[in-house]
Design a protein around this ligand. Structure first.
Ligand code: ADP
Ligand code: MG
Length: 483
């Protein structure tokens, strides 16, 4: 089922390609040793290189190169053993060098592919055109002083990967799924933290529209969209705008636009006519970047298991549904947590508890898996207490709630609160006898054929036992005694 939009002249398709800027996870910048920590005092992480002092020479940070190669490998992409840095020249107050060191003609990573998962269960492959390394610029602060703008150069020189997709995406959903999957892969690899609120990951969204069977029409680029939801909204808003332009008999002009998140519309930022001429040329301060094939192989051997492989393993080895496997592998912290709970236990039972009451508990208490008050070891212990009949499913839910509130081990809570399930048949029989004695009329009705009353007896017995009777035993013994 394909996504289309209806206009006055008929049905339109949408074509989307994303250019994603991902900040490389690294302690130091791309060409200097300055720190990259988020939220530091303005201008406290700036070397002479980052400040553009004359005569300073850039020196490539090997770890940033390794991160780009790992990312390329994770995107099933061509690793270019020979690549080159170019100067992209433009003037801006937060760019002290007067140029950005980037890669233009010869990027470090060539074509690759990402498989995206869609809500209807289908999958689609999206082509990656390239990935290149470049420096980030500084930041202008316009809201600190009534008449002055301040400049913070902490970000100046931080390593970015620009990851460009082919125009293979056809709907807001596909664009969202692509960005979600890309972020997931980057996080699994540990090459970018994917934090869109902090700007570690931002997307330029290229959109065009066309009638079925046509070639591509002119696109516009919506710059710097900083959440997956906004990317999806920007695609639709921009596509609708372009349809109106075409249908009014005008032409869409190629330009850069911004998405106004409060009004849900895009507006023009600059047109093709005032587009920069960047006068790219090879950076004379840097030799070409030449990689050793054996080093690339070594990085490949050191890659962690990626989401697709992990999901397949959960379905194949653990027997989980594709949906549960998908949910449990979305974040690698969740997957690691799950595996440690499932280790040596029933993997399906572990998956059910995790995706059910455990996730609900995290939500309720406002925690994420990283700072969960319930550890994997404690959740595993809880499952063991269910397995060995110490706790019924219902009591276990109560214990889990208490675990979220107190952070205590389930065995401790069972002890403290006297929640242990009663499996002593003698004790259960004694309660059943009491219940039957108190409700002699109902016993007679039951025996004369009113089967529905069985539930009443289960309820009364459980109530008398404060919910602690083993449900199977209570049922079996009641059946025997009422017969
Ligand atoms: P430029 O270098 O001018 O930015 P590119 O060819 O690199 O142009 O394309 C940039 C992005 O625009 C890519 O993600 C690409 O997939 C996307 N794109 C190209 N043509 C179209 C189109 N007609 N409609 C939508 N997206 C497009
Ligand atoms: Mg571009």
């Amino acid at each position: 089922m394909s996504y289309t939009l209806e206009g006055a002249t008929g049905t339109w398709e949408v074509v989307i390609g994303l250019e994603v800027h991902a900040q490389v996870t690294s302690n130091a910048k791309l060409f200097s040793g300055a720190a990259t920590e988020f939220g530091a005092e303005p201008n406290s992480q700036v070397s002479f290189v980052d400040a553009g002092f004359p005569g300073m020479l850039p020196v490539i940070n090997g770890e940033c190169v390794a991160q780009a190669v790992r990312t390329g490998l994770g995107l099933n992409a061509q690793i270019n053993l020979w690549s080159r840095f170019d100067r992209k020249n433009y003037f801006y107050a937060d760019l002290p060098q007067g140029y950005q060191i980037s890669q233009f003609e010869f990027p470090i990573i060539g074509t690759g592919e990402i498989e995206i998962q869609l809500a209807d269960g289908s999958v689609k492959n999206i082509g990656i055109t390239r990935l290149h390394l470049e420096q980030d610029a500084g930041k202008s602060l316009h809201d600190q002083h009534p008449t002055k703008s301040y400049i913070d150069l902490n970000r100046s020189g931080v390593a970015l990967m620009e990851i460009v997709s082919e125009p293979d995406l056809r709907s807001p959903e596909e664009a969202g799924a692509y960005l979600t999957k890309l972020r997931q892969i980057l996080r699994y690899l540990g090459t970018c933290d994917g934090n869109m609120e902090q700007g570690s990951l931002r997307a330029d969204v290229n959109v065009s529209v066309r009638k079925a069977g046509e070639g591509f029409r002119t696109r516009c680029e919506v710059k710097n969209v900083n959440s997956i939801r906004f990317v999806m909204q920007a695609v639709e808003a921009e596509a609708r705008r372009q349809i109106e332009v075409w249908e009014a008999g005008e032409e869409v002009v190629q330009e850069t636009r911004l998405f106004d998140t409060s009004r849900g519309v895009t507006r023009s930022m600059r047109s093709k006519e005032d587009a920069h001429d960047y006068r790219y040329f090879p950076d004379p301060d840097l030799p070409p970047l030449v990689l050793d094939a054996a080093w690339v192989e070594q990085l490949k051997a050191g890659l962690p298991e990626l989401p697709d492989a992990r999901r397949a393993r959960y379905v194949g080895d653990y027997g989980l549904t594709p949906y549960d496997a998908h949910v449990l592998t979305l974040e690698k912290e969740t997957a690691a947590f799950y595996e440690s709970v499932a280790e040596g236990r029933d993997p399906k039972m572990a998956a059910n508890w995790l995706t059910g009451d455990f996730f609900a508990g995290l939500n309720r208490t406002g925690h994420s898996i990283g700072d969960s008050p319930v550890s994997a070891a404690h959740l595993g212990e809880l499952l063991d207490l269910i397995k060995d009949n110490t706790l019924s499913g219902k009591l276990a839910k109560e214990v889990l709630e208490a675990m979220f509130e107190t952070g205590k081990a389930p065995s401790v809570l069972v002890e403290e609160r006297g929640l242990k399930q009663v499996t002593d048949t003698g004790a259960i029989e004694a309660i059943i006898d009491e219940v039957m004695a108190k409700n002699a009329d109902k016993v007679a009705e039951y025996r004369s054929g009113k089967d529905k009353l069985f539930g009443f007896f289960v309820g009364q017995t459980m109530k008398a036992m404060q919910g602690k009777g083993n449900p199977t035993l209570v049922n079996d013994l009641l059946k025997q005694k009422l017969a």
